[in-house]
Design a protein. Structure first.
Length: 226
């Protein structure tokens, strides 16, 4: 059983794969999910969509735990900070920086410290890497957004070793690890971090990459590797 979290662009394709909408009752509220025989899909931003800092991260990840999903692929679009990661490509990051400045945990009542040294899922990374020609290995920096980065912020992120930047992965990776879920982002690169980036451009590029990503997900779901 594969969990998928991403934008609603995949909904129609996954419905074709036999997904049926259900409501899952979590401790953070009732969540709509698309459940198929071999997959569970959660729409990260909900409907109508909320911005990254308002996403129900705790509820989203809890859905997978409740449905006993052990592996989750997160479709998370990013901007590139480096020349050798081009817009239009797909990247499987293997490390994480968190600049959200917020605490992401399920444990507010007792001290629990999970290990996050390897923040993502090597098993899924290998499986996804075999299904397509993806770059495996990049450091993903998470900003709180919702604005894109200033020039100085982009330079700072590069100096810290970041290759790509987005607004959603740190909370998901932290919460997934606390739930014992093996979590791997699959990142469509939708822009270079520069003065030409606009929201519209990034949305257009995500749409261009959607069918390629849907194809990879379909093969992952139908593959017995996980
Ligand atoms: N910055 C942060 N998040 C993003 C970007 C970016 O340039 N592109 C897509 N998500």
């Amino acid at each position: 059983m594969i969990g998928i979290i991403g934008g609603s662009g995949f909904y129609a394709g996954l419905e074709e794969l036999g997904g049926v909408e259900k409501i899952v009752r979590t401790r953070f509220g009732d969540m709509p999910v698309l459940v198929g025989e071999d997959f569970v899909f959660v729409s990260r931003h909900g409907n109508p969509p909320v911005p990254p800092h308002m996403v129900k991260y705790h509820a989203n990840m809890d859905v997978f735990k409740i449905l006993n999903v052990e592996h989750v692929v997160a479709i998370s679009s990013v901007g590139s900070l480096v020349d050798d990661i081009k817009p239009g490509s797909l990247v499987l990051p293997d490390d994480l920086l968190d600049f959200t400045g917020r605490v992401w945990t399920y444990y507010n009542d007792k001290p629990v410290h999970v290990n996050l040294y390897e923040p993502f899922c090597p098993q899924l990374r290998v499986a996804l890497g075999k299904l397509s020609t993806l770059r495996a290995g990049a450091t993903y920096a998470t900003t709180k957004g919702p604005q894109f980065e200033t020039r100085a912020e982009a330079n700072m992120l590069r100096a810290f070793g970041a290759d790509i930047v987005g607004m959603t992965v740190a909370p998901e990776a932290r919460l997934a690890r606390e739930l014992g879920i093996c979590y791997q982002p699959l990142c469509p690169v939708v822009n270079y971090v520069d003065s030409k980036t606009t929201h519209e451009n990034t949305v257009t590029m995500v749409k261009k990459l959607e069918s390629q990503i849907a194809d990879i997900l379909e093969r992952l779901i139908n593959n017995d590797a996980i």
